[in-house]
Design a protein around this ligand. Structure first.
Ligand code: ADP
Length: 520
């Protein structure tokens, strides 16, 4: 029984009502996180550039400190009016950390540049010829009258200077200099490198953790060919937020999939439960009808016999026949319901034995013979001798055959022919019941084996049934390690075949898909 379109739509709307807000929420969370990540990245870039400038300045200050320390004697000589040769001598006596002393007279300062470091001019110029790669760095020297006589200083190798002083600048000067907010870089856990124009690294504080926000700031003065590259370190916020974003996206994707799967599963489950509930309701009314009809007929026959309202012994036999047939029907139905309940509860216990299927078929036919004859069926029986025995529970197997025969009778119209045949193939014993009845549409050949399913083919209302027979046959066959197959042509008839594993030496032989049903 199908679920009504209105109910389906209501369920679908409820499913959408859960899924859409959940997806919207997830989308908002993702967008917000992306914006936060973008903002942290932008801040990091700004901060990295700022820190790069601070580091560059720190190296200028460091150089200025070194120069001022080394130039002291030369300054004193100049102030005392010692003259240029004495000044040069004083320069040569100091500055051993530099390459060579150098003095530039005031008139020769045209090609020199200067930067102001801590309010003092630092004069510099790149070297040429044998001094390529070196820079002159010096301070102004004054005579006693205050006039500048020139610039005293040294040739330095800026890269070498950075390399040698990298640690003291980065680990001491920068963190301790309050004017440079140097401490900040420690809390931000930045990675700082100084590189030359060829990209060669002259010093590094911490591994970089995030290269997307790395920025290189050019240095100035005698360090003009170098740059400071600052990036977030391995523990920097930008790295953490990147990991958080990846985690969040993975989490949201997983949750999204779970929600969609749960909603789909829930939707299908509820539809199935509604279908089953509808089928059960149909089943109860079917069974009630199935019970009432034979009881009414038995009562009628018993009353007739009691009151002796029959005219001849033939009529008396007819009423006795009715009682017999209807009792059989009742017993069959009760058996079906009880077996079904047992199998559903997982209490289907079978006593397996070596069973001759031809005997099972013959006894089932015998018990139905009066009914078949009464209804005018022609019976064609092909039960060859010498078939291998099957491994089966004889009572359950008889029940299956009776159900198939009962269906063959119920779903035949004018052409009342039933053929029962047994056979053996590849370690299997088969038993088939064929009719020339209404047939089963290809799309229904799997469905008919589901519990409570009765096809909506007009006959359902005329023909009695609870929709349990084939489901029972299928379950019993599966429990036997066998299967039930159906072949059918609409309007031509149907053949149901039970296939069971043969007992004995070939008992364990099973072809592929042993427990599958097939419909053709
Ligand atoms: P029911 O009590 O309705 O016969 P079954 O489980 O035995 O229940 O069968 C399920 C449905 O399969 C039937 O309602 C009928 O529509 C279809 N069916 C079963 N056997 C045959 C057959 N031999 N020919 C045509 N249709 C059949």
């Amino acid at each position: 029984m199908a679920v009504s379109p209105v109910r389906r739509r209501a369920l679908f709307a409820a499913a959408l009502g859960v899924t859409i807000p959940a997806l919207l929420l997830a989308a908002v969370a993702v967008i917000l996180t992306f914006r936060i990540v973008r903002s942290v990245q932008n801040d990091t870039v700004r901060y990295n550039r700022y820190l790069g400038q601070q580091v560059a300045e720190a190296f200028e200050l460091e150089l200025m400190d070194h120069l001022r320390r080394a130039i002291g004697p030369a300054e004193r000589v100049a102030r005392d009016g010692g003259g240029v040769p004495a000044v040069i001598e004083a320069l040569a006596a100091e500055g051993e950390e530099f390459v060579a002393p150098h003095f530039v007279a005031v008139d020769d300062l045209n090609n020199y540049s200067l930067i102001i470091v801590e309010a003092l001019p630092l004069i510099y110029a790149p070297g040429e010829g044998r001094r390529v790669g070196q820079y002159f760095t010096g301070l102004l020297l004054r005579q006693p009258d205050g006039n500048v006589i020139g610039t005293g200083g040294w040739w330095i190798e800026p890269g070498d200077f950075v390399r040698r002083n990298f640690d003291s600048v980065l680990r001491e000067r920068l963190p301790s200099d309050p004017r440079m907010y140097g401490g900040i870089e420690l809390t931000r856990r930045a990675s700082i490198e100084v590189v030359d124009e060829g990209g060669v690294r002259l010093g590094r504080l911490r591994e970089p953790g995030d290269l997307r926000t790395a920025r290189t700031e050019p240095m100035a003065g005698p360090f003009e060919r170098l740059g400071v590259r600052v990036a977030g370190g391995p523990d920097s916020p930008v790295v953490w937020i990147g990991r958080f974003l990846a985690l969040e996206l993975a989490f949201i994707a997983t949750m999204g999939l779970l929600i969609i799967a749960a909603v789909l599963f829930g939707y299908r489950y509820i539809v199935r439960q509604l279908e089953l509930a509808g089928m059960k309701a149909g089943f109860v009314s079917n069974v009630t009808h199935e019970l009432k009809t034979p009881i009414a007929m038995i009562r009628l026959a018993v009353e007739t016999l009691e009151m002796k309202r029959f005219k001849s012994p033939d009529e008396e036999r007819k009423f006795l026949g009715i009682i017999d047939r209807e009792t059989q029907r009742l017993a069959g139905l009760v058996d079906n319901v009880l077996d079904f309940a047992r199998l559903e509860a997982g209490r289907g216990i079978f006593k397996f034995d070596r069973v001759d299927v031809t005997q099972v078929a013959a006894s089932a036919i015998d018990s139905l013979k009066p009914r078949l004859e009464h209804l005018g069926f022609r019976l064609d029986v092909d039960l060859p001798e010498g078939l291998p025995p099957a491994r089966a529970d004889a009572t359950a197997l008889t029940h299956c055959v009776l159900n198939l025969l009962d269906n063959a009778v119920k779903y035949s119209r004018q052409r009342r022919e039933i053929r029962v045949a047994a056979g053996a193939r590849n370690g299997w014993v088969t038993l088939s019941v064929a009719d020339r009845g209404i047939g089963i549409a290809p799309g229904d050949r799997r469905r008919i084996f589901e519990k409570f399913v009765r096809l909506e083919n007009g006959l359902v209302h005329d023909v009695r049934g609870a929709g349990l027979g084939l489901s029972l046959v299928d379950q019993i066959m599966r429990a036997h390690g066998g299967r039930v197959e159906v072949q059918s042509a609409m309007g031509e008839g149907s053949t149901f075949t039970l296939a069971l594993p043969a007992a004995g030496p070939v008992e364990d032989e099973r072809p592929e898909g042993a427990s599958a049903r097939t419909g053709t």
